[in-house]
Design a protein around this ligand. Structure first.
Ligand code: ATP
Ligand code: SF4
Ligand code: MG
Length: 593
């Protein structure tokens, strides 16, 4: 067929002609089924891109929502940002759905994956560290050697390619591309920098795939006119949109953790070591910072969980702990002035000095601010204490920054409506008038799923819970011959039960954190062996397709339903002009439907 004829034919294609029975998708998707809700969703999304509307759509799990918004996004010829809940879901879109579309529908489609800077390697840090005695232990030395070789070969510098590096490897914190120590255009590696390359790819892309954290980090920066992370775009799709209120609240709120002080001390010491600056008094004050931060945060009650820390609680806390607080602030001030007094003052020193000032301002705000538009709270989680101020209501901010700035925002998820209506969501998010739809489920859960609630488990707070849960898991694993996901409410609980179960079963157990998730999933699928994961990570991160899904064991039942749901699947400032279509997205171009 001539190119002209193909183009003419493509001009005629309707959304039904793509998603309907006998349509393009049926011809190109190996497992195609006609899913009426998928077609309905694609038609709504297509119309929204064409008529510049906001949309809220709930469609059940496994509907095929991804293609139902991606194909209309490509047909629109606009530059669209797709934001989803986690990095794993981003990777799934980028590694599975985008190549499928490029292969069968839009060969010249340009897509870019954008993640936070901490996911990428900093070349400059690697070069500075080479040959310096800063590594601890055999593992770090071995990992660093592999990373140094990889740095020369990788096109992206994305940590997810490092299949050998455990999630919690300390080494990564010393070599990632976080902005804290980045000297930007002054860096000798700026032209080759992986962050620069990521931005370039995004500038050339039709489709930019981000996660909610990066999206709202960008929106918050734009609000303060501090520039932007994402290039200009014309429309946004929020997948897993039920997550965005929490994420937006974090980015428009303030937070500091006990870890930030340790990180500041560690990074400053690292800079001094790498730049071979002696500065003995400064080093002593960095040790004092560690001690004083530890002593300050120890004063928060030991029990885990989130607690209010409003005006009254903060005043009472400061009355009892004024000295510890003042000591912390004063050592931060001393570090700032000692850094300022260093000569010469390389960019890295200026960056850590700026950070020390930020940390001091942040902790002072969280302890002393009288602003009434925030809810103040603290949380103890494992060894960390988190202080936070969350805006009471982000709806006004989102209305102004998102829904008024962009004329096409699509919100979708399997769980958005309450009682079949979106009133609550719209009020919380400040959604402007939108096309709303709750689409019917595509699956018969009563026939296709089995739910088992162990009848005799003690309360989760009871000391005997862990051993009883371990017995139950061992029994289930034996029945399923090792095929199972075991989900836990916390990392602590996951590790405890892993220890209890691993010696008692004959198959190897996979444990979240010991390798990147994509690697664990691949091993899980290949070896059909049990896998332990914290529920939050699993609920949004794992995707697994099978004719029959293996048992899911969860220590928190209400959460199980969202997890099961996931596992069923194997500036706006120039918004109307931003983004240029790829020539051959014409293949999917709309006609009258
Ligand atoms: N029409 C179709 N026929 C068969 N398979 C399809 C069809 N459309 C999409 N799929 C496949 O169905 C699976 C689920 O799709 P997708 O991940 O988009 O679901 P979802 O609606 O987003 O579900 P969730 O709410 O759980 O995220 C994917 O593997 C996808 O390739
Ligand atoms: S520009 Fe920044 S992130 Fe990139 S290599 Fe240089 S210091 Fe690292
Ligand atoms: Mg989905």
């Amino acid at each position: 067929m001539s190119r002209k004829a193909a183009a003419a034919k493509s001009e005629e294609v309707t959304v039904e002609g793509i998603f309907g029975p006998g349509g393009l998708l049926a011809k190109r998707h190996p497992g195609y089924e006609f899913r009426p809700s998928q077609l309905a969703m694609a038609q709504i999304a297509d119309e929204a891109f064409e008529k510049h509307q906001h949309v809220v759509i709930e469609a059940g799990t496994g509907t095929g929502k991804t293609l139902a918004y991606l194909i209309p996004a490509i047909r629109s010829g606009r530059r669209v940002v797709v934001s989803t809940a986690t990095k794993s879901l981003q990777e799934q879109l980028f590694q599975k759905d985008v190549p499928f579309l490029q292969k069968h529908f839009a060969p010249n489609l340009k897509a870019a994956l954008m993640k936070g800077r901490a996911n990428f390697l900093c070349r400059q840090k690697v070069h500075q560290m080479d040959g310096q005695p800063v590594l601890k232990g055999i593992d770090e030395i071995d990992w660093f050697a592999q990373i140094r070789d990889w740095e020369k070969l990788t096109a992206t510098g994305d940590r997810s390619e490092l299949t050998f590096l455990p999630d919690d490897a300390e080494l990564w914190n010393l070599i990632d591309a976080r902005s804290d120590l980045c000297t930007g255009q002054k860096c000798p590696e700026f032209q080759n920098c992986f962050i620069t390359a990521m931005h370039q790819r995004a500038h050339e892309a039709d489709l930019i795939i981000v996660n909610h954290h990066l999206f709202f980090a960008d929106l918050a920066i734009r609000q303060d006119d501090f520039g932007s992370i994402l290039p200009e775009y014309s429309a946004v799709v929020f997948d897993e949109a039920h997550e965005i209120e929490d994420v937006a609240s974090d980015y428009f709120g303030r937070q500091i953790s006990s870890y930030r002080f340790e990180e500041l001390a560690r990074d400053t010491e690292h800079v001094l070591r790498v730049l071979q600056i002696e500065a003995a008094p400064l080093r002593r004050n960095l040790n004092r910072l560690r001690e004083r931060a530890r002593s300050f945060f120890e004063r928060f009650p030991e029990r885990e969980g989130r607690y209010p820390f409003g005006h009254v609680e903060r005043n009472a806390f400061l009355e009892q702990n004024r000295e510890a607080y003042d000591d912390l602030i004063s050592v931060l001030k001393r570090i700032e002035s000692e850094l300022a007094a260093l000569t010469p003052k390389p960019e890295e020193v200026i960056a850590v000095a700026r950070r020390a000032a930020e940390v001091r301002r942040e902790v002072a705000f969280l302890l002393e601010s009288e602003e009434k538009t925030y809810v103040y709270w603290y949380e103890r989680r494992g060894r960390g204490v988190f202080l936070a101020a969350t805006p009471i209501d982000v709806s006004e901010i989102l209305r102004e920054q998102l829904f008024e700035r962009f004329d096409t925002v699509i919100l979708t998820s399997a769980t958005l409506a309450v009682g079949g209506r979106f009133d609550y969501l719209k009020q919380r998010l400040g959604v402007l008038p939108a096309n709303e739809s709750v689409l019917p489920q595509e699956f018969d859960y009563a026939k296709q799923a089995l739910l088992y609630l162990p009848p005799n488990l003690p309360d989760v707070r009871h000391p005997s819970f862990a051993s009883a849960a371990a017995d139950e898991i061992v029994r289930l694993l034996e029945i399923s011959m090792g095929r199972a996901f075991c989900l836990f409410t916390s990392y602590l609980q996951m590790k405890d039960l892993y220890e209890r179960v691993s010696g008692r079963v004959s198959f190897p157990l996979l444990l979240q954190g010991t390798a990147p998730r994509s690697v664990l999933l691949e091993r899980f699928v290949r070896r059909q062996t049990p896998c332990c994961s914290p529920r939050r990570a699993f609920g949004k991160a794992w995707t697994y397709r099978a004719r029959s899904f293996p048992p899911l064991s969860s220590t928190n039942c209400p959460s199980l339903f969202r997890a099961t749901r996931s596992s069923r699947r194997a500036s706006g400032r120039s918004r109307k002009t931003a983004g240029t279509p790829s020539p051959n997205t014409r293949f999917l171009k709309r006609s009258s439907r």
